[in-house]
Write a protein that binds this ligand. Structure first.
Ligand code: FAD
Ligand code: FES
Ligand code: FES
Length: 494
């Protein structure tokens, strides 16, 4: 076997320029580097934790099939180590030759989308990403694209008007990035030399594996290294908790972890697939998952964050684990060349403890699609609709027998225990019983056997206990009477 070639520098493209960096710390954020090393100060720092969008830049990356996609990301929690082979575009580059404003910028000016201006570059970049893919978006698409951008001055309406008007200022055919697409693909392909990137040692060591097998080998040799996928959790360890993440292994660019396919009623997702990449296939086959994903962070977070990372971090308030547990998902873990597949619910052992050995990583996730007639629903309860972390999340998957009794039921909650957890006592009270209000009310009495929730800044223990019970009733009402529209995913103006 030939040894993997090693390169000791990162290579990417910033706006129009090639960048080669031999001296990069694993925790160096793109935002700090842009502002402090490159004096590109159009990209702002607001929150430093992926919430406000003031730091939004575009990152263009080659897709596994050789295309080029540009996505808005949060530079404040994106590490330089994840950018090897990418094209970073900042607000300074949007207008191309700089003679005239870009249609996105001109619309923001004309519709008074900017007041103090602090949030404006971030809004411009998010709108730019939307316009490139969807030049004439619906209001809902605009709102979804802007969930991760906060403005305290404008009240948003002028920004929404600007967003609706962008295409009237010019079509995408004249856009500088799109015009240079072919040349940029060639430049990015030329950066791909199949080498592993290794920079620094010990507390300064940064590794970008050459491929999946190389990742397995790197992790086996350095079992305590921090795996960094989308960095939407790890980024905050650095910016908010000043944690040392070295040695860090960056896996966002590994094509082999980006596969997503449906076969024999099971959707298999590589651990590197982001929410934005997964949403289309998942919503097509499991419609209830789509609205859940659009309530995870903002678009920038969904463009970076992976479902694999959401599972691997073991958080009791991660949104996807309860939904996937209710669906009976399994997880493939890999260490070196060895693989094992376990039920996802068994991965979560205790708070901060998962069934993952040193040197082992999450390789893929397998989600059975509900059979025809099976009912699946997931409810996320938060203080505000968008960009908020779960107080309580419930997922239900139910099959009824021909006589109307419960043939199978799987219920899982987040925010109710130290791990994402099944409601086994409640399930037992439902199984084999007629699916009616009496059965559901009797089952609601069993929640205390399954959960003893905590009080924290998101909700009190009493609130969580009450809402958990009521979500079962809501599920019953929704699937029993189609006239009951309990699911609110959007608030219309009166
Ligand atoms: C503003 C904001 C809003 C958010 N909102 C939500 C929300 O609404 N709901 C929600 O659930 N989460 C939310 N999150 C958290 C985060 O986005 C998710 O948990 C995300 O899925 C993490 O994925 P990642 O790829 O970014 O993981 P990373 O941050 O890269 O990694 C997370 C953890 O998983 C480990 N890891 C990553 N990949 C692997 C692998 N393949 N094998 C083994 N270990 C691995 C890492 O070492 C780390 O411990 C939010 C985050 C931000 C910044
Ligand atoms: S600075 Fe607020 S999202 Fe990055
Ligand atoms: S214009 Fe001031 S924060 Fe948006």
């Amino acid at each position: 076997m030939t040894a993997t070639p090693i390169r000791s520098e990162l290579r990417f493209i910033l706006n129009g320029q090639d960048v080669v960096l031999a001296n990069v710390a694993p925790d160096q954020t793109l935002l700090d580097w842009l502002r402090l090393s490159r004096s590109l100060k159009g990209t702002k720092e607001g929150c430093g934790e992926g919430d406000c969008g003031a730091c939004t830049v575009l990152v263009g990356r080659l897709t596994p099939v050789g295309g080029l996609v540009y996505e808005g990301v949060n530079a404040c929690i994106r590490f330089l180590g994840s950018l090897d082979g990418c094209h970073v575009v900042t607000v300074e580059h949007v207008a191309g030759d700089g003679e005239r404003l870009h249609p996105v910028q001109q619309a923001m000016v004309d519709f008074h989308g900017s007041q103090c201006g602090f949030c404006t570059p971030g809004f411009v970049m998010s709108l730019y990403a939307l316009w490139m893919q969807t030049p004439n978006p619906t209001d809902q698409q605009i709102e979804t694209a802007l969930q991760g951008n906060l403005c305290r001055c404008t009240g948003y309406e002028p920004i929404l008007r600007a967003a609706r008007a962008i295409s009237s200022y010019g079509g995408t055919e004249k856009d500088p990035l799109l015009a240079e697409r072919k040349a940029m693909i060639a430049r990015l392909k030329a950066l791909r030399d199949g080498a592993r990137v290794e920079i620094g040692e010990g507390r300064h060591r940064l590794v970008v594996p050459a491929n999946l097998d190389d990742f397995a080998a790197v992790l086996e040799a350095s079992p305590t290294a921090t795996i960094v996928a989308g960095s939407t959790d790890v980024g905050l360890w650095v910016t908010k908790h000043m944690r040392d993440i070295a040695p860090a292994v960056f896996i966002a660019g590994l094509d082999e972890l980006k596969s997503i396919a449906m076969k024999d009623g099971v959707i298999s997702i590589g651990a590197g697939v982001t929410y934005s990449e997964a949403i289309s296939l998942l919503s097509q086959h499991i419609p209830a998952i789509g609205p859940l994903i659009t309530r995870i962070g903002g678009q920038q977070v969904r463009n970076m964050g992976t479902i694999g990372g959401n599972i691997a971090n073991g958080s009791p308030i991660g949104d996807t684990p309860p939904a996937l547990i209710a669906l009976g998902a399994t997880l493939t873990l890999r260490k070196g060349a060895e693989r094992r597949t376990i039920l996802l619910e068994n991965f979560f052992i205790a708070y901060g403890k998962q069934d993952r050995q040193p040197g082992e990583f999450v390789e893929a996730l397998h989600i059975p699609v509900p059979a025809p007639g099976e009912k699946f629903a997931v409810y996320k309860v938060t203080k505000r609709r968008d960009e908020d972390i779960t107080a309580t999340l419930a997922a239900f998957c139910l099959a009824l027998a021909a006589d109307g009794t419960v043939a199978s039921i799987c219920i899982a909650y987040g925010g109710m225990a130290a791990t994402p957890k099944r409601a086994t006592a409640v399930e037992k009270a439902l199984l084999g019983q007629p699916w009616n209000e009496n059965t559901v009310e009797a089952a609601m009495e069993r929640y205390a056997e399954d959960y003893a929730p905590l009080t924290d800044m998101r909700a009190t223990a009493d609130y969580r206990a009450l809402v958990a019970r009521n979500l079962l009733l809501r599920f019953y009402m929704e699937i029993t009477d189609s006239a009951v529209a309990a699911q609110v995913s959007r608030y219309e103006a009166a």
